[in-house]
Design a protein around this ligand. Structure first.
Ligand SMILES: [Zn+2]
Ligand SMILES: [Zn+2]
Length: 298
């Protein structure tokens, strides 16, 4: 009966932190407490060491060791079917507080997290590309299907891109970042993506995007921005059409990366939240239910 207990404690006061329930000043702009914000940490150094240098997938100690011996730093998937993007980086793995922040943004419409904690995370992700990427980049948020964006009222990838560009122009004045109104368009409603397994996802996003104005990307390096990279299918497909339109290079930055071992959980979790949101029912005060015995701090 752990759920029943968790559900009762989910009744928060309006001024409580939306993630952990801690009491907060009623006037606080962001309804997430500082402790929760602080826990949205970067990928650990130890994990960082064994990430695929192309797609960012955790390789596992065995294949990392094998790769090191063979002089390769890319995962099997990237070696067998190289993506069209040059490198994908993320700020943090998609779990715990990061997952809750993204749900607050996407399903609860809490835009403040995009400007605040996630915007800062996106900056940290993009800075990982400083070595390889040109200092002049065309920034392209992964678009939503138009009807979906109308429903939600915003595209979370664009909010994150705007927040990151604003900060980066201040932090790195030598960078030229252009964020055109629309470069990519999603022409296929992939609304059921959450419920699909990796190979179905790949098929679903095929031909889902088109470049609206090839002139903007021709011969240029593109920085593709999204909230989360799950299987990489979306980033691969966007990179494919951008390269076909003449982009010289495509870099990918997301705030969160779902690692292979957690993809099934992520998909199931998101499917639940998404179907509630899609059905128009109010989300519970706590968007993510705590796993039994793990994160109950009440
Ligand atoms: Zn909190
Ligand atoms: Zn890879």
């Amino acid at each position: 009966m752990e759920w029943a207990v968790a559900d009762i404690t989910n009744v928060f006061l309006p001024s409580d932190c939306r993630v952990c329930g801690a009491a907060m000043a009623a006037f606080a702009r962001l309804r997430v407490c500082e402790a929760c914000v602080a826990r949205v940490g970067p990928q650990a150094e130890a994990e960082q060491d064994v990430l695929c240098t192309r797609c960012g997938d955790a390789m596992g100690m065995e294949s990392a060791r094998f790769g090191a011996a063979m002089g390769v730093s890319e995962c099997t998937m990237c070696r067998l079917a190289p993506p069209q993007f040059d490198r994908a980086v993320a700020f943090a793995n998609y779990d715990n507080e990061m997952r809750e922040m993204l749900h607050l943004l996407k399903f609860d419409g809490m835009r403040g997290v995009a400007e605040h904690v996630l915007g800062a995370g996106m900056v940290a992700a993009v800075l990982k590309l400083r070595e390889g990427a040109a200092s002049e980049l065309v920034v392209v948020p992964v678009p939503l299907f138009a009807a979906r964006e109308r429903e939600r009222g915003f595209n979370q990838a664009r909010l994150l891109a705007e927040a990151a560009v604003k900060r980066l122009l201040r932090l790195e004045p030598e960078w030229t970042l252009r964020l055109p109104a629309q470069v990519l368009q999603r022409v296929k409603d992939t609304r059921a993506l959450y419920a699909l397994d990796p190979s179905q996802r790949r098929r679903a996003v095929q031909w889902a995007f088109r470049v609206v104005d090839a002139e903007v990307v021709r011969g240029r390096e593109v920085l593709l921005i999204d909230d989360i990279m799950t299987t990489g299918a979306t980033a691969r497909e966007c990179a494919r059409v951008l390269k076909r339109a003449g982009a010289a290079k495509v870099w990918v930055a997301t705030v969160a990366k779902a690692q292979p071992e957690s993809v099934q959980n992520v998909v199931r979790h998101d499917a639940e939240s998404f179907s509630m949101w899609d059905a128009g029912s109010a989300l519970p005060a706590r968007v993510i239910k705590p796993e039994a015995g793990k994160r109950l701090r009440f």
